[in-house]
Design a protein around this ligand. Sequence first.
Ligand SMILES: [Zn+2]
Ligand SMILES: [Zn+2]
Length: 184
Amino acid sequence: MIVRDCPICAVPLAEETYEGFPVGRCPQCQGTLLDLSRYESIKKIPEKTLTELETEARNGFQGDNPEPIRCPRCRLAMEKRPLAVPGFDNLHVDLCRNCSLVWLDGGELAMAQLAHQATPAFRDKQEMKRRAAARDADPERKAAFDKAVAKLPDKSSPVREGLNEAFRDALLRIFIRPFPWWLP
Ligand SMILES: [Zn+2]
Ligand SMILES: [Zn+2]
């Protein structure tokens, strides 16, 4: 990505790699400029842990900029698109249709990732496998999980072949911290 200026602070964006993709990051407001397609990918396949995302969201979020901004590349007005994050109203992503670039204010990229992780679509089998691997790497959590599974009334529950929705949700509540973190 060629160096652009922050659409809010007008200082040059730093070229960074985020989740394996090049992005522009404002050193002042922590806002992020990136390709729309990469934004979609980053939301869906986070490599960062929930803790990392939470820390980033907490540290970076300074409020959503409600003012219209211009695309740092073509200078056309960017379009405000709602960003749905539980517990927050009126968050936006700014989109340039001309360049397919999106702008997210500080912390909002991590928040978009966290919000995506809260959707049922995210809790698919692949994701469960990834989390199961992380869980199994921690002996204490693995033991707790095995104990919980052993207590299931039906001993033949096909845990290894995939869990049904209700069971999965129950386990998620036990083994993954509540979401969103900013609500009591
Ligand atoms: Zn800025
Ligand atoms: Zn543009």
